[in-house]
Ligand binder design. Structure first.
Ligand code: ZN
Length: 126
């Protein structure tokens, strides 16, 4: 199995670079607004690209070096795991559409009021 790589950038410029300039260069490359990029980078490191081959990852590395941003390359073998997680999430959200009445126990679609005994769920639920 070929290892895939994630390319992650941080809200930090290398010595000799200003973070504003770095964000502007990156925003230009990504074709998004520098303000938006600065906002999301301030919150957490940004996964710039996923599922890269080693060659592609090295190309991003060169780019990051050039514009002077802090970056990290992570070997990613979890592509398959991700699709499993998505499937589990879908099952969970299907269940979340159902409820059982806290008074009479009737399983039904989520609603304010029980379709069987007519009790208001939020008034009797703990
Ligand atoms: Zn009921």
């Amino acid at each position: 199995m070929n290892t895939r790589y994630q390319f992650i950038v941080f809200n930090k410029a290398k010595t000799g670079y200003s973070i504003q300039t770095v964000i502007e260069s990156l925003a230009k490359e990504l074709n998004i607004s520098p303000e938006k990029l600065a906002q999301s980078l301030a919150k957490k490191p940004l996964v710039l690209k996923q599922n890269l081959t080693k060659k592609e990852a090295l190309r991003y590395k060169q780019f990051a070096e050039k514009i002077g941003i802090f970056y990290k390359i992570i070997a990613d073998s979890s592509t398959h795991q991700n699709s499993v997680i998505e499937a589990e999430d879908m099952a969970a959200s299907t269940n979340a559409d159902k409820m059982s009445c806290p008074k009479c126990g009737t399983v039904q679609d989520k609603a304010e009021q029980c379709s069987n005994c007519g009790v208001y769920i939020r008034l009797v639920a703990a």
